[in-house]
Ligand binder design. Structure first.
Ligand code: UD1
Ligand code: CA
Length: 492
């Protein structure tokens, strides 16, 4: 043992300073406790899949090509979500436990002829709040202390359910073993004060020390699984160094095993996002009521009213006001935009000083120009509304191109769909479209043209022309009195 260790130290010195690390993310588990048909690691907190949070943290330590994600349960779905980031995937065909997941990684290195890195950081796909700083500290401590295994630990208020880290009672950071909740003996349970430190499921290993012992793991425990955590006691038994590093806060190592735990993490993440925005000059009324995804950016002097939602890849400029019950997803808003109550935006772009709502619905491909107005119960889709143009009431604008300074009257409809194909409506600048007009696409209204109210427009209107597409009104004088007289005569 001693000779093996001294040889290793000599040969590893160069690599250790270079920090020869790879990262394994265990993400093959079923997530039984969620009772969901979706794989656990694809459930979202803070608007992003658990696994993508973990990959993002891992990528701050090593490049994506050095990250291996263990996939198993619904492997193809998890793989599809993971590979877009550039990571490798290792298949664990049967989920026989976290120790077995690492056996699959070991075999993968062997079978693909890939040289295993000197050290492995092992992360759990269901521990998503881990911070880059903490991973860096875990890596550095592991190297400095020449440990075979370094365990990231924490002291949450309630340790129930987690594996417990049993420290050696010698005042050092040495660990004797990790004991899973289910394996705690009655004797151990008599001393709860010694069972407060939990295993985060995040570790650094010297790869050779880990790989040599994986084959010795046994599944003779109440879960019938190969526990990665059993490696700790095996290393200690062989005289190897196993140490604990405590995370700064228990929050960042909380696991997401149940919907309730996920929602707790979701609240932590969203509250951190709101704090970040407020620190950057955004006013958020009743911050506990808003729903803002982790990557959303908002400029200073913007005001978010209660119960607003900013989701996905959304950017909001400065000096905007987003009134209550608006939901903005994957959209970009310029500066000084006013969203009145209840606007729904998805995949939309809105330029400076525009005014929307209440209850406007901007669907994907909507581009609203500077200072344009989109009023109540107006729906747009794949449509450009030019600067200063207005569609204020009860309108559908789909597959339309509208110039600047144009007025779209109440109830105007672009009839873009003939039952088979979608067609475009082109409306120039300075156009006046009267209320209740139906514009049957494909159709073009030239600059400065007028459309009479209630017209059904099926042919192009040249610039400056007036188009009337309705039947002439017929008025019958004294019709009501004559009808009354007729009825009276019949009744007598
Ligand atoms: C695990 C640890 C426990 C620790 C806790 C922290 C073990 C035996 N226990 O328990 O000490 O306190 O994490 O969150 O490791 N996975 C696979 N393949 C499998 C089984 C699991 O890839 O065969 C993956 C899961 O997808 C998950 C991670 O490993 O991302 C942890 O598995 P999970 O079953 O959630 O372990 P815990 O019971 O939470
Ligand atoms: Ca877990």
């Amino acid at each position: 043992m001693q000779s093996r260790r001294s040889i290793r130290t000599v040969s590893e010195t160069a690599n250790e300073t270079a920090g020869d690390f790879g990262i394994v993310i265990m993400a093959a588990g079923k997530g039984t406790r969620l009772r969901s048909t979706r794989p656990k690691v694809l459930h979202q907190v803070g608007g992003r899949a658990l696994l993508l949070h973990v990959i993002a943290a891992a990528e701050t330590v090593v490049p994506a090509s050095r990250i291996a994600v263990v996939v198993g349960h619904q492997a193809e779905q998890v793989r599809a979500a993971a590979v877009v980031t550039g990571v490798q995937c290792v298949v664990q065909p049967q989920q026989l436990g976290t120790g077995h997941a690492l056996q699959c990684v070991r075999d993968w290195y062997r079978d693909t002829g890939t040289a295993a890195p000197q050290h492995l950081l092992v992360l759990s796909g269901d521990v998503p709040l881990i911070r880059p700083e903490t991973l860096a500290r875990l890596r550095d401590t592991h190297l400095q202390k020449h440990a075979a295994m370094t365990i990231l630990t924490a002291m949450p208020p309630d340790p129930t359910g987690y594996g417990r880290v049993l420290r050696r009672q010698d005042g050092t950071d040495n660990v004797d073993a990790i004991v899973e909740q289910k394996s705690l003996s009655p004797d151990m349970l008599r001393h709860p004060e010694r069972l407060r430190e939990i295993n985060s499921g995040i570790y650094a290993f010297r790869t050779d020390a880990l790989f040599q012992r994986l084959g010795e793991l046994r599944d003779t425990n109440s879960a019938g699984e190969f526990y990665l955590t059993d490696i700790a006691a095996m290393l200690v038994h062989d005289g190897e160094r196993v140490i604990a590093v405590a995370a700064d806060s228990a929050d960042e190592v909380l696991g997401a095993n149940t919907i309730a735990e996920m929602m707790h993490l979701d609240a932590i993440l969203r509250s951190a996002t709101v704090q970040r925005l407020m620190a950057a000059g955004v006013t958020v009324f009743r911050p506990e009521t808003v729903t803002i995804d982790a990557g959303v950016e908002v400029g200073p002097d913007t005001v978010l009213e209660p119960f607003t939602q900013l989701l996905g890849n959304t950017r909001v400029g400065s000096g905007c006001r987003i009134r209550s019950y608006s939901v903005v997803e994957d959209s970009t808003l310029g500066n000084h935009v006013l969203l009145r109550n209840g606007c729904i935006l998805s995949g939309a772009t809105v330029d400076d000083d525009a005014l929307l709502g209440p209850y406007a619905h901007l669907r994907p491909g909507s581009r609203i120009g500077a200072a344009a107005h989109v009023g109540n119960f107006v729906e747009t889709k794949n449509t450009t509304l030019g600067a200063g143009s207005k569609a204020n009431h009860l309108t559908y604008l789909g597959d339309a191109e509208i110039g600047t300074g144009t007025n779209i009257g109440a109830g105007v409809i672009t009839c873009n769909y003939d039952g088979v194909h979608k067609h475009r409506t082109v409306i120039g600048s300075g156009v006046f479209v009267g209320s209740d007009a139906a514009l049957v696409a494909p159709v073009t209204l030239g600059d400065g043209s007028f459309v009479a109210a209630s017209s059904c427009i099926t042919e192009d209107v040249p610039p400056g022309a007036l188009a009337l597409g309705r039947s002439r009104q017929v008025t019958k004088a004294d019709w009501a009195a004559r009808k009354q007289a007729k009825k009276a005569a019949k009744d007598t």
